[in-house]
Design a protein around this ligand. Structure first.
Ligand code: UDP
Length: 352
C-alpha cells in the first residue's frame, strides 16, 4: 500500500506536545514500512520521526482540544497548519491508496467525502467537543469502517461507539530493557496538564515518603507551579521530557508507575512502556489503563481520585512479579501485534 499519514497539528512530531499519538504514529509508520508498504508523513515543519521521511508544512499550530470547552465553536488560526496540511493531502491524494488521519480535529473529518482517496481516521482521545462529536458521527454513518480508536472505554465516550475499530497500541519492545531490580523511587509519566491529575500522585508520594520521579512534556507551567506550591515538601523531582532511550533507562529503575488521570485516558502509552521495562502500574480504574493493567498481576487498579487507594497499592507493590509485566507487553503490545491490527483495518477501509 501507499500510505499518506496526516499528523497531529498541535505541535511538531518529537516535541511531546501531541502526547501519545506521536509515538503511536511513529510505531505504525515504522511497522508498515517494515512490511513493505510505502509511508509518507505530513506534519508541522520541524517534525522529527526517527529515520522516517516527513513532508514539513508551515503554518500556525492548532490549540489542543482537551484545553478547550466542550461547547466552543471550531476554531482555526490564520495560516492554519492543519488547513495547509489538508491542502497538501488534497494535491497529492491520487498518488496514494489510503490517507490515514491522526489529527483530532474537525477539518479532516469534514473533508472526508470531498477526497477521492479513502481516509482512515485514528482517534487518539475520548470525546472532547460537541461539534467534533457531530462531524465524527457523520463520518461513522457514511463510512462505517473509517474510524478506529485505542480502547473500548474511549469508544464508549462517543455516540458512534459501535462502529469503532478497537486497535490498542504497541511499542518497539527492543528499545525497552527489562530491569529486574529497581531502586526506591516511584515514577509518574505524562504531559504536565490538569487532565492528568499529577497532584494525586504527588499527594501519595508525600504520604508514603517514597520519592516520585516525574517525566514528561511541561504543557501547563501554571498548573505545575500550583502543585509545587500546594505540596512544598513532597519528595518529588521533575526530570524533564526525555527521549525513549533515556526514558526507559530512568523508568526501569522505578518500583512502580502511578497513572492518575482525571479524564477518560484513551489508552496510556506510558503504561505499556512501563510494562516493557518490568515496572508495575498503579492506575485509576478508568479508561484505557483499566483495560490494560491486570489487577494484582501487572499492577493495581484503584478507585478514581482515591489517594488512599494509591497509598495502599504502593504498600503492596512487592506482590507484583516484574517479569509478568514484561511478559504482558510482549504478548499484547509488540510492534508486530500493532501492525497486524492496523493492516487489517487499513484493508477494510480500502475495500469498503
Ligand atoms: N513521553 C516521552 N518522554 C517523557 C515522558 C513521556 O517521550 O519524558 C511520551 C511517552 O512515550 C508517551 C507520551 O509521552 O508516548 C504520553 O502519552 P500517553 O498515551 O501516556 O498520554 P497522552 O499524552 O496521549 O494523553
Amino acid at each position: 500500500m501507499k500510505l499518506l499519514f496526516l499528523s497531529t497539528p498541535v505541535g511538531c512530531l518529537g516535541s511531546g506536545q501531541g502526547g501519545g499519538v506521536e509515538l503511536t504514529l511513529q510505531n505504525v509508520a515504522q511497522e508498515m514500512r517494515k512490511r513493505g508498504h510505502e509511508v509518507q508523513v505530513v506534519a508541522p515543519v520541524g517534525s522529527v520521526l526517527g529515520d522516517i521521511r516527513i513532508v514539513g508544512i508551515a503554518g500556525n499550530l492548532q490549540v489542543p482540544a482537551q484545553s478547550q470547552g466542550r461547547d466552543l465553536p471550531i476554531c482555526l488560526p490564520d495560516n492554519s497548519v492543519l488547513a495547509n496540511m489538508c491542502e497538501y493531502v488534497r494535491q497529492e491524494q491520487t498518488n496514494y491508496d489510503l490517507i490515514v488521519n491522526f489529527a483530532y480535529d474537525w477539518l479532516p473529518f469534514y473533508l472526508t467525502p470531498f477526497f477521492r482517496c479513502p481516509i482512515a481516521h485514528f482517534i487518539s482521545m475520548g470525546s472532547m467537543s460537541v461539534a467534533l462529536d457531530r462531524i465524527m458521527t457523520d463520518v461513522a454513518q457514511k463510512f462505517p469502517e473509517a474510524i478506529a480508536v485505542y480502547t473500548l472505554s474511549q469508544a464508549a465516550t462517543f455516540p458512534f461507539a459501535e462502529s469503532c475499530h478497537i486497535l490498542g497500541s504497541g511499542i518497539d519492545l527492543d528499545l525497552y530493557q527489562f530491569c529486574p531490580q529497581p531502586g526506591e523511587s516511584l515514577a509518574w509519566l505524562g504531559r504536565i496538564a490538569p487532565e492528568k491529575a499529577l497532584e494525586d500522585a504527588v499527594a501519595a508520594a508525600k504520604i508514603t515518603g517514597i520519592p516520585l520521579r516525574i517525566f514528561g512534556k511541561m504543557q501547563d507551567r501554571d498548573y505545575w507551579q500550583q502543585i509545587c506550591q500546594d505540596y512544598p515538601d513532597a519528595p518529588v523531582e521533575y526530570g524533564g521530557f526525555l527521549s525513549t532511550v533515556e526514558l526507559q533507562r530512568e523508568l526501569g529503575q522505578c518500583r512502580a508507575m502511578l497513572m492518575t488521570p482525571r479524564w477518560v485516558e484513551a489508552f496510556g502509552n506510558v503504561v505499556i512502556e512501563a510494562f516493557a521495562c518490568g515496572v508495575p502500574v498503579i492506575a485509576y480504574r478508568l479508561g484505557g489503563p483499566a483495560e490494560i493493567v491486570r489487577d494484582g498481576k501487572t499492577g493495581f487498579l484503584v478507585e478514581p481520585g482515591s489517594v488512599t487507594g494509591l497509598v495502599e497499592a504502593i504498600q503492596r507493590i512487592n506482590e507484583i512479579d516484574r517479569y509478568a509485566c514484561r511478559q504482558q507487553a510482549e504478548a499484547e503490545y509488540s510492534l508486530a501485534a500493532l501492525g497486524d491490527r492496523f493492516e487489517i483495518w487499513f484493508n477494510q477501509v480500502r475495500q469498503s
